[in-house]
Design a protein around this ligand. Sequence first.
Ligand code: ATP
Ligand code: MG
Length: 408
Amino acid sequence: MKQSQLFTKTVKELPKDETSFNAQALIRAGFIDKVGAGIYSYLPLGLKVLDKISNIIREEMVAIGGQEILMPALTPKENWTITDRWANFDALFKLNGSDKKEYALGATHEEIVTPLAKKFVFSYRELPLKIFQIQTKFRNEKRAKAGLIRGREFLMKDLYSFHIDQADLDIYYEEVKEAYFKIFERLGLGSQTYLTYASGGAFSKYSHEFQTLTVAGEDHIYVCRKCRVAINQEIINDLKACPVCNNNDLVEEKAIEVGNIFQLGTRFSDPYKLKYRDETGQEKPVIMASYGIGPSRVLATVVELYHDDRGIIWPESIAPFKVHLLSLNENETANEIYLELIKQGIEVLYDDRDLSAGEKFADADLIGCPYRLVISKKTRQADSGELKKRSEEKSELIKITDLTAKLK
Ligand code: ATP
Ligand code: MG
């Protein structure tokens, strides 16, 4: 994409009420715009990153048998009264319809997915069933001060699984855990993300969170460096040592919950009377679990982890573009390189604007594409481009004929 065509620009004036680093960096670099507390628009660069994150998650959900659907954001009150959560889910946004009925903006979708499953699940033959969506959620969060980490409108991948019994769920639960490790690895968060034991509710001793270590985190966890697991502080009273190796030399860290997996048992299948018939024709309740990841929170987490004082440093897997091509008054040569990179399938943002070198360099650092390729009079005379990784200080001259091979 040509930067001259991009309707957004890097921004110098930040909204006064924006205190979180991730939102400040993303607003400044032109990825998002702030509409209100916990409410943001995704601009072309931001949407590209968000879509890449979602696609990585989607691929790994499909790989473990997930079937993608899209449920409504507008959900009838009855669905929530059946499970007693109309009154008890305190962050629910509620509204009135013109039909005099009440509605909630979906904060999570057990109340929609369970009656959906009931329309298709009758016997053990239909189980297990795994359905997921990547959808906008609404929560009336009290602490909407952490930018995209805690939106009042945010994106969530929610997977729900339905099983004949606990043993079958246990097997799948482990598969999801593995898929989550793969996802966070691919998102560039592998080395900082810990499987974390958290309180479990009525159906299992623990639930599991995926917590990414960063000082920007709102959660406090205790890390066992040996086992690479952690415990959420909220349950430390019950659990004083590592649940894997029993070591009690745990280190307190701040972290962001990027995902979680939760056994629901019959919490939702009971009120919705979601049952199946086993081989002998006997009726039994379906056993459920739910598994969340917040792509928009992941985006913010990556920004919190990967930046310097000049801007964002995207991991290649989710960067808006792989290469930022900068023409310093050499548009003829740069145009040719731009077209060649596109032909080779290399994603490139091309700064063809009539601006000073200093402004172009500053914007490239703010935006944070993994590679910066500069075409100047000096490099053209050497039939080369100057290539630099955003994460490194040194650059190298690469022959134009070798560029695409180098960048592929
Ligand atoms: P938290 O304790 O941080 O509020 P949660 O326990 O409410 O999170 P879930 O309801 O399990 O989270 O939601 C699943 C995932 O959705 C979370 O792991 C997180 O990645 C994301 N998420 C939850 N709330 C928000 C939010 N307000 N803004 C952005 N992402 C969110
Ligand atoms: Mg919450």
